[in-house]
Design a protein around this ligand. Structure first.
Ligand code: GTP
Length: 342
């Protein structure tokens, strides 16, 4: 429960506002019934009920967008109805609604909800003691909404930016291990459901430590950036590349298997050998490849690719090993122009 509250911003807001609304409005409902104001008491009870439904819906279904929108609309509508029943003092209830609607739903939708509520009240001129009161209400409610909009808009764009930064590798710009975990989960679910083939290739630059040691860390960084550019240029749009860590990458190849997969990777190996260079020395890459087997986990799939990569390294590097074949498929040995590091 606390984990969900910590990780789901909108759910925590819905829960917090739900608790505040229930604790703040329920006593009013009781008080109004005791005062004989049945209509106002009923309106308050409906508000509490709607808030409870929103909170429950959010917790049970996880569809917090829908619950948030429902809560924003019902609380604003309730503030309008309450003001209609009790007169000008009811206006005070609209102000928290104007602010919280921006936490419950997106900035644009919240703006529409707020403007609708302000308009619905402003046209009922009889609620206001004078024209000055009416214009004061319009001005203050618009100022509150505008400030809340700016805050919510900045908050949303910063959150999106943070989410983006949390999923990419800053050096190469490709997706990082965190988004790889999500994508591999999705790929497994998709492969299981549609029974379509899917493969992963683990790529590891050979003797990368020596490249760093000999030419410096920034030259090593350049090699990583070049490798990513080459792979992205020569793979399909549906293929996805992830930085697994250090000089190791995972290439996800959906819809590819058998001879087609071998050809794609052999071509990639050829292109990398030809174009991945540092000061005219070719740099080579080892590949460990595993085709997804129905029923296996993401970890099991990765482990098989990792074992194949280990075999590629152990058997001389600069080669592709397919885990599924149960035997090594050596690529051609490093060309004489290859970076000589031994
Ligand atoms: N320049 C640079 N180097 C990195 C980065 N991340 C990891 N490394 C280096 O990559 C090197 C990896 O070394 P090893 O794991 O020994 O692998 P290797 O030298 O390529 O040897 P083999 O994989 O067996 O061929 C280490 O020296 C790390 O410091 C990075 O972002 N930039």
């Amino acid at each position: 429960m606390f984990y969900r509250l910590r990780t789901d911003f909108r759910l925590s807001i819905i829960t917090l506002l739900g608790a505040c609304a229930i604790l703040g409005v329920a006593p009013f409902a009781v008080f109004r019934f005791m005062q004989g104001e049945v209509l106002a008491g009923l309106a308050d009870s409906v508000i509490v009920l709607c808030v409870c439904v929103s909170v429950l819906h959010a917790w049970l279904t996880g569809r917090t967008e829908r619950s948030g929108l429902f809560m924003a609309v019902t609380t604003s509508l309730s503030a309008v109805v309450i003001t209609r029943i009790v007169g000008e003092p009811g206006l005070l209830w609209l102000f928290p609604c104007l602010v919280t609607s921006f936490f419950l739903t997106g900035p644009r939708v919240a703006t529409v909800v707020n403007l609708a509520a302000i308009l619905a009240l402003a046209v009922q001129t009889e609620i206001f003691a004078s024209g000055v009161h009416l214009w004061s209400f319009i001005a203050t409610s618009l100022v509150v909404s505008a400030c809340a909009y700016v805050f919510a808009f900045r908050n949303q764009s910063q959150r999106e930016r943070l989410e983006h930064l949390a999923t990419i590798d800053p050096l190469t710009g490709v997706a990082n291990r965190r988004s790889m975990d999500q994508e591999l989960d999705r790929a497994v679910a998709n492969a299981e459901r549609s029974r379509t083939p899917c493969a992963i290739a683990l790529l590891d630059i050979d003797h990368f430590k020596r490249i760093n040691d000999e030419y410096g860390h920034s030259a090593g960084d350049e090699v990583l950036v070049d490798l990513v550019a080459l792979i992205e240029q020569h793979t399909r749009r549906t293929d996805q590349l992830f930085r697994y860590g250090g000089e190791e990458f995972v290439l996800l190849l959906p819809g590819t298997e058998g001879a087609g997969l071998e050809t794609v990777l052999a071509n990639l190996q050829f292109l990398l050998r030809k174009h991945l260079k540092l000061r005219d020395n070719a740099i080579t890459v080892s590949f460990g490849v595993a085709q997804f087997q129905p029923g296996e986990s993401v970890d099991g799939w990765l482990e098989r690719a990792d074992a194949a990569l280990y075999e590629a390294k152990a058997s001389g590097r600069d080669r592709i090993i397919f885990a599924d074949l149960g035997q090594g498929q050596s690529g051609t040995t490093a060309s004489p122009a290859a970076y000589s590091l031994t």
